[in-house]
Design a binder for this molecule. Structure first.
Ligand SMILES: Nc1ncnc2c1ncn2[C@@H]1O[C@H](COP(=O)(O)OP(=O)(O)OP(=O)(O)O)[C@@H](O)[C@H]1O
Ligand SMILES: [Mg+2]
Length: 384
């Protein structure tokens, strides 16, 4: 990234931030808009915020739309991405001042890995948090999965709606043959779309797990070993080796048939409950520390390190693949770590091609992260 400009984004009326390779550190008191800047960068990479699920909070109070413009170097080419965020309306995207077909077309131009305090929820939160983590990473890895994910969600919604109406009729009178044959069609759609998403997630976890465990051992060398494993609603029906490092690569065709069979088996229960009981929307990522699940057992520091390891592992994974060097965004991480962990993280961060770090006070930023420093104060960012 070479240059960030935002207008009416969150607390910022206007900011112009030149960016250089290596570490950039943003220091300033609480609530001055440091995270807002990382959020704007993350938005260009993912078309979403890591903090909110709707766009309204991203637009400055009293304004109608926010603008984010980011000049990026992608595999040697300089591209300027511009996003206009208008809540309640489709975003508008431009690349090098020319309109693109859909905003989705900008995905892949910039790849980021953002670590923030919200990530504690990856370890402590519901399975949905971990599914979102996997799917977001999937899209960073291969932007076409934005479409796959969207398709699956659509199919799932429709199928659930059908299950509800078919289930009601069923309990009222006899089976409705029309609804049931329609359901067969939706089973096929769900299996096809679900298998694509599931195969991609399984292969992602197989590739990510070694990086995540290594990252954890890196930041917390004195802690117990960790494991990261995909937990599928298909249970034992999932072929052995799928989702495991070095195991068989997951194939969508095979998974589609397995999903279809599982849907057949659970149909009676599904009609009773009115929801789809198998598929990637019911899955989870198991995070194990020593012999126990991290959720419910790991200490605060361990949970934090595990969340960080998932992000650093993601970073190493993206970095090892083609698609342009990812940018690392570290929001407020150092204050939560002990001295030793801080130093290890600083080492990793210092080796990144580009990393942005935020902190409330200078003392929170390890000395290794020398680079460009900016002081963030009320409404402005100044080179320190
Ligand atoms: N849509 C908005 N319009 C105006 N101000 C907003 C908007 N959304 C958030 N803010 C303000 O932005 C500030 C928070 O910014 P941000 O989270 O970036 O702070 P920070 O510098 O990261 O602080 P901390 O050190 O506490 O993490 C808050 O004061 C909040 O009121
Ligand atoms: Mg912050």
């Amino acid at each position: 990234m070479r240059h960030l400009q935002v207008t009416d984004f969150r607390s910022w009326e206007h900011v112009d931030l030149p960016l250089e390779p290596g570490p950039t550190v943003l220091v300033g008191p609480n609530g001055r808009g440091k995270t807002n800047l990382l959020e704007a960068i993350g938005y260009v990479a993912t078309l979403g915020s890591h903090r909110v699920s709707t766009d309204a909070p991203l637009v400055r109070h009293g304004r109608g739309r926010a603008l984010v413009r980011l000049a990026v170097v992608n595999e040697g080419r300089e591209l300027t991405v511009e996003l206009e965020i208008t809540p309640g309306k489709a975003n508008r995207a431009r690349v090098n001042r020319g309109a693109v077909g859909r905003p989705r077309d900008v995905l892949g131009i910039l790849r980021t890995v953002l670590f923030s305090p919200e990530d504690l929820a990856l370890v402590r939160g519901d399975p949905g948090e971990r599914r979102r983590f996997l799917d977001d990473l999937l899209v960073q890895r291969a932007p076409r999965f934005a479409g796959v994910r969207g398709d699956y969600e659509k199919v799932l919604r429709q199928r659930n709606a059908l299950l509800k109406t078919a289930g009601k009729k069923r309990s009222g009178s006899r089976d409705d043959p029309y609804a049931l044959s329609t359901l067969d069609v939706w089973d096929n759609h769900l299996a096809t779309a679900g298998a694509q998403l599931l195969a991609a997630r399984l292969n992602l976890v197989a590739d990510l797990a070694p990086h995540a465990s290594a990252a954890y051992a890196g930041v917390a060398p004195d802690s117990r070993p960790t494991r990261v494993e995909y937990r599928s609603s298909l249970g034992g029906a999932l072929p052995e080796g799928y989702g495991r490092p070095g195991g068989e690569r997951a194939e969508p065709e095979k998974l589609a048939q397995i999903l279809l069979d599982a849907l057949g088996e659970s149909r009676a229960t599904e009609l009773e409950r009115g929801v789809s009981m198998v598929g990637p929307h019911r899955d989870d990522l198991d995070l194990v520390l020593g012999e126990a699940p991290a959720k419910g057992y790991a200490s605060h520091g361990e949970s934090w390190s595990f969340a960080l390891a998932l992000r650093l592992g993601s970073y190493e994974l993206l970095r090892a693949e083609s698609g342009g060097e990812p940018v690392l965004l570290l929001d407020d991480v150092f204050a939560e770590l002990d001295r030793r962990r801080r130093a290890r993280l600083a080492e990793v961060a210092a080796s990144a091609e580009q990393v942005l770090v935020t902190a409330a006070v200078d003392e929170d930023v390890p000395g290794e992260l020398k680079g460009t420093r900016f002081a963030v104060s009320e409404g402005e960012v100044r080179r320190a």
